[in-house]
Design a protein around this ligand. Structure first.
Ligand code: PMP
Length: 397
């Protein structure tokens, strides 16, 4: 069998990492991979995580399975983080959480759940999006189509086109929305725009699947949850996939959650039973270490405060780097062209750089980013920013 198997090309991002590692240019900069980096270029373990792990080492008494829904303490702590302390949805017992191996695992649970219960539904995904969205729905055999998101001529959010496309979606279909920090563009919807999206979702009886991978990386932990909370309050049914990879820096621990909000407790329990079954068929039980860390941090006042300050620090650093980027391009007359970078949110920016410019940055300057012009903002720092901007000015000139 193996001889007949097709050799697949490497993932473009992995290819980029490989090329970056082999580049001997001492000034090289990696703006490709989607992990947070500090000013030294490291992706450190958060202090709150280290402290929680130290506590766990003394407290943990067993490694037995934690059950298909995961750790109840994790669920208990995560739900208020997502919906807010005084959430009606929680008070009305309309939400259920199933721990998952990362945001990716949560999306896979969502996809399996849709496939099992409503296989005729199409999932509508923004164009562009995180490419794995397509791969996940393809893997379970669910149809997907795209809705407009950016105007490629101006490199700005094209909200009228987005809204027009959402209005065309057949009743009952699923719409995948990025709660905040849209990957790859960095363009988020304003409060007013979310209200308009909500109206279209209501009108079309559409079912939102909200990908919430960057809570805390845009405007703040509560601010970033505004759209999730609005839709959960206003709609009878909502699905959310949350990730603790970025905001807890727990990338490799694989910790996230699938959350469903139903119209009442009876429906919620039905969905919950389905999720246990879907999780069991995928991996039986989720890994326990990440959830134990998150639950320990969120449940401790001291660690919670420390963690919140660490999230603030990561977010503020990214947003400062965004401002500095535009300032550093001003002497080259490029401030206006790249003004969007300061307005975008999250780890990524659709810079507007064209594929040929991206290729030239790589070849001549050792600056690596995805060919679409997506930059990881945390990939540069105060030291190499002048070099980056000089290079951009040179390829855009
Ligand atoms: N959704 C989006 C939009 C993402 O960018 C990512 C991570 N790159 C994920 C989901 C999945 O994150 P995780 O690493 O937690 O699986």
């Amino acid at each position: 069998m193996f001889t007949q198997v097709e050799l697949l090309p490497a993932d473009p991002i992995l290819g980029l990492i490989e090329a970056f590692n082999q580049d001997t240019n001492p000034s090289k900069i990696d703006l490709g991979v989607g992990v947070y980096r500090d000013e030294l270029g490291n992706t450190p373990i958060l202090k709150s995580v280290r402290e929680a792990e130290a506590l766990l080492l003394t407290r943990e008494t067993t490694k037995k399975y934690i059950g298909s829904h995961g750790d109840p303490l994790f669920s208990q702590q995560m739900l208020p983080l997502v919906f807010g302390e005084n959430s009606n949805v929680l008070a009305e017992k309309r939400a259920t959480l199933t721990q998952a191996p990362g945001g990716t695992g949560a999306l896979r649970l969502a996809a399996d759940f849709i496939k099992r219960n409503s296989p005729e539904k199409t999932v509508w995904i923004s164009n562009p999006t995180w490419p794995n969205h397509f791969a996940i729905f393809d893997a379970v055999g669910i149809q997907h189509k795209t809705y407009a998101y950016v105007d490629s001529d101006t490199n700005r959010l094209d909200f009228p086109a987005l809204l027009a496309d959402l209005k065309q979606i057949p009743q009952g279909d699923v719409v995948l929305l990025h709660a905040c920090c849209h990957n790859p563009t960095g363009f988020d919807l304003s409060k007013e725009q979310w209200q308009e999206v909500l109206a279209v979702l209501k009108e079309g009886k559409l079912l939102p699947l909200i990908d919430f991978a960057y809570q805390g990386f845009g405007e703040g932990l509560d601010e970033d949850a505004a759209a999730v909370r609005l839709l959960a309050e206003e709609l009878p049914e909502v699905m959310i996939t949350s990730s603790c990879s970025k905001n807890f820096g727990l990338y490799r621990e694989r910790i996230g959650a699938f959350i469903a909000v139903a119209k009442d407790t009876t429906d919620m329990e039905k969905v919950r039973s389905q999720m246990a079954s879907v999780a069991r068929a995928n991996y039986s039980n989720p890994p326990a270490h990440g959830s134990a860390i998150v639950a320990t941090i969120l449940a401790s006042q001291e660690l919670n405060t420390l963690w919140r300050s660490e999230v603030d620090e990561m977010r503020n650093r990214i947003n400062t780097l965004r401002q500095q980027f535009v300032v550093a391009l001003t002497p080259y007359g490029l401030a206006e062209k790249f003004a969007c970078v300061a307005e975008q949110r999250g780890m990524f920016s659709y810079s507007g750089l064209k594929p040929n410019e991206v290729a030239q940055l790589q070849k001549d300057f050792g600056i690596y980013m995805v060919s679409t012009g997506r930059m990881n903002i945390a990939g540069y720092n105060e030291q190499n920013l002048p070099y980056l901007c000089e290079a951009i000015a040179s390829v855009c000139g």
